[in-house]
Design a protein around this ligand. Sequence first.
Ligand SMILES: [Zn+2]
Length: 309
Amino acid sequence: MNKEYKVPTWESGVRQLAPNIYAYIQAKATWYWSNAGFIVGNDYVVVVDSLATVGLTQKFKEEIRKITDKPIRYLINTHHHGDHIYGNHVFAGATIISHDYCRREAIEQGIRDPGLMNTIFPEFDFRGIAVTPADITFDMQLTLHMDGREVRLLHFGPGHTAGDIIVHLPAEDIIFASDFIFLYSTPLGMEGSFAGWLRNLNAMANLGAQTYVPGHGPVCGVEGLNLCRDYLVFVQREARKRFDKGMTVDEAAEDIDLGQFKQWPNHERILANLERLWREFRGEDHTTSKLDIAELFLRMDNMAKAGEL
Ligand SMILES: [Zn+2]
C-alpha cells in the first residue's frame, strides 16, 4: 500500500496563502464539505465560491469579517454544483461571475429535493438553499485587475463538469483549483468528461503554481494534483477493460478493486464515474447524455450503506 494515499487529518478554517489571499478549508472532504477562498483588495473583497448550506456560508462570511470589513464585490462560482453555489445569496449585493455553462446548468437543475437531500446527507441543514445564478459569464478566460494584481479565471474545456473554472493568481503562484482536485476524497466525474478532466489537469499543472486549493481536501502542492490524476487514470483504465468485455456498470463497480483508493472516503462514487465513463466510451456527448442524478445519489447511498454492513 502506497502511503501517499493514506488519508491524513487536517484542520478546518481560514489559511493565509499569501498577503491578502486566503483559503477557507473544511476538515472533511466528503459529500458537500467543500472549500472556498477570498482575496482582499484595497477597496473590496473577491470571494471564491459559496458553500452547500446557508449556515455553512454564513460561518464562512463571519470568518471573512474577522479579517476585513471591506465590501464583498465579486463572488466567483467555480462550477454549478450545490456545494459551491447554494449559499450564494448569503453574499447578497456581490456580483456573481461564472462560466456560461455553470449559469445555464445551475438554473436548469435548480435545487435538489431538500427531503431527499436531508435523508441522504442528514448532517446538513439544507433549509433556505437557493440557486442565485451569475450576473457575468464568460467562456474561456476573464481577468480581474485588483489593485494591479491579476486574478485570472480560466476554463479549459469539459472536465469535472462542462463549465469548471479555476482561479489563477500568477504573481503568487496560487490556484484555487476547485473540483479539478479532489484530495483524500474520491473524485466525482458524473457530469463531465474523464478524458477532458485529465487534459485539464495537465493544462493546470503547466501553469506552474506552487499552491493549490482543492475543492475538497487540504491545501496542497502539485503532489495533490498528481494523486487526483492517479485516481482518474486508474478508474478510466479499469473501466475500459470491463466496458470492452461487455460488463454493465453495476458488474464493473462490483468487480473493480479500488486498491489504495479504498482508503479515500465516498468510494461509492465509482458508480457515478462508471456511468459517465460508459457514456464517454460510447462516444456520447456529456452535455446531452445526462445522468439522473437523484437516482444516482440513491444508488450510491445504497452502495455506501451496504459497504458499512
Ligand atoms: Zn463539484
